[in-house]
Design a protein around this ligand. Structure first.
Ligand code: ADP
Length: 423
């Protein structure tokens, strides 16, 4: 509008004065208009470098509309940017919380991004390893082979490079065309359980097979030789009975252990009368020893503790039975129920064959035996101390073992101080 007014005024000047006057006026007028617009553009440029509502320049006229439209645009842009940044942070937090390691690989198998767990599993550094070839960073041959084979249906199980005892299950998942997600899962614990399970099945099968083979042999003999004397048949049946008793013992120990290890059978406690319980255990031991040992009992501990009577009896009897079985005739066995520094303690000391220090940490493993044949000869299953240890754990007690080869052993169950409190 100002230019139109200026032009009309110039026409008026032309009509009244001359064309030169009109053109001169128009020239000066346009210069003023251009200077004004340049000033507005300069203000706009400055404001755009830091667009805030309170600093919107006062343009006047059409400039006001331009400034406020631009401001709205910038505001919308900032909001979108903030929303995207929030979402990105959200995704980053979610992937950091994933129980799996995740590495995103581009078309050239270079690292685009990874979460903290993947950094641990593969020894990556999210700051310095971006856009590095994954095969330079994870160099195990089995991994490189897996990557090149291109068959990712089955996961790869391998050891972590920097932690030898960590076992990883790795999977490559294609996405977005030719990109891949490398997903790693720490299966160390699962592998350990699986190995234990395999060992356990192998051990049980082995333990069962030995008596079964013996019984089988006798049965075949009896079938093949129908004319055997009565005495021989009787002897064979006695030996078979011994083996079946052994199997029975083994199965009952296995069932006890399985019940104790079952998380769904919580410990039912009561205040157990220790005097009568230990008297029973003592008598059982006396029967087993059958006068072959100097056998004694010291009763100075609390009269009652909180626990499960049946389980405590089983643990104590196992310890006493071991002492009898691993102490040669004439040796001494002493049972002791005492209170030490507030802790109730049940201990069984013997002057038996003793145990070499290297075996002591492993004695509570299932089927661990120092001398296999001696354990078997005396009717052992290799599960006794595993049962004792399990019962100790359920009672928040500790099993302490000290021993010297040729001198004897001492097995002590140390109960928590609060076991004497009525619950
Ligand atoms: P087992 O049925 O073989 O006795 P346990 O679990 O009760 O199984 O004991 C594990 C092993 O610990 C035994 O095989 C034996 O070698 C050793 N052991 C346990 N108690 C004694 C002891 N009092 N003296 C010597 N060795 C023992």
């Amino acid at each position: 509008m100002p230019v139109v007014y200026g032009a009309l005024f110039a026409l008026l000047l032309w009509a009244v004065f001359s064309a030169v006057a009109a053109l001169s006026f128009m020239l000066v007028f346009l210069l003023v208009v251009m200077a004004y617009r340049a000033k507005q553009l300069y203000k706009l440029g400055r404001w755009l470098s830091e667009p805030r509502p309170e600093t919107i320049p006062d343009g006047g006229g059409i400039w006001d509309d331009v400034f406020s439209s631009l401001y709205k645009m910038v505001k919308r842009h900032n909001q979108t940017k903030q929303k995207l940044a929030d979402e990105l942070q959200h995704i980053e937090q979610a992937t950091a919380a994933l129980p799996e390691g995740v590495v995103s690989l581009n078309e050239a198998r270079r690292v685009e991004w990874c979460n903290p767990l993947a950094e641990q599993h593969f020894g990556l550094d999210v700051n310095s390893d971006i856009l590095q070839d994954i095969t330079y960073l994870v160099r195990q041959p089995e991994f490189i082979q897996y990557l090149h084979a291109g068959n990712y249906a089955e996961p790869l199980v391998m050891k972590a490079a920097r932690h030898e005892d960590m076992v990883l299950s790795i999977r490559l998942v294609p996405y977005g065309g030719n990109k891949h997600l490398l997903i790693s899962h720490d299966i160390t614990q699962l592998e350990r359980i699986e190995t234990m399970r395999r060992d356990f099945v192998a051990n049980v099968s082995h333990e069962m097979r030995t008596p079964l083979t013996v019984v089988n042999g006798f049965v075949e003999n009896l079938l093949d030789m129908p004319d055997l004397s009565h005495d021989k048949i009787r002897r064979a049946l006695e030996l078979m009975e011994e083996q079946t008793r052994r199997m029975d013992h083994l199965v009952s120990d296995l069932l006890t252990l399985s019940r104790l290890e079952n998380d769904h059978s919580p410990l039912r406690t009561e205040m157990v009368d220790m005097k009568s319980l230990i008297a029973e255990v003592y008598q059982d031991g006396q029967m087993l020893s059958d006068g072959r040992h100097q056998y004694s009992l010291e009763m100075a501990g609390p009269l009652k503790i909180s626990g499960n009577r049946e389980e405590l009896r089983s643990a104590f009897t196992n310890l006493v039975s071991n002492a009898v079985r691993y102490t040669p005739d004439g040796g001494a066995i002493r049972l002791d129920w005492a209170l030490h520094s507030g802790h109730p303690e049940f201990s069984v000391q013997d002057s038996g064959i003793g145990i070499d220090a290297q075996h002591i940490p492993r004695l509570t493993e299932r089927f661990y035996r120092v001398d296999r044949s001696r354990s078997r000869e005396t009717g052992g299953t290799g599960l006794g101390l595993a049962i004792v240890n399990r019962i100790a754990l359920r009672h928040h007690a500790r099993l302490q073992i000290s021993s010297r080869v040729g001198e004897g052993s001492s097995f002590t169950l140390v109960f928590p101080e609060n076991a004497v409190e009525e619950k």
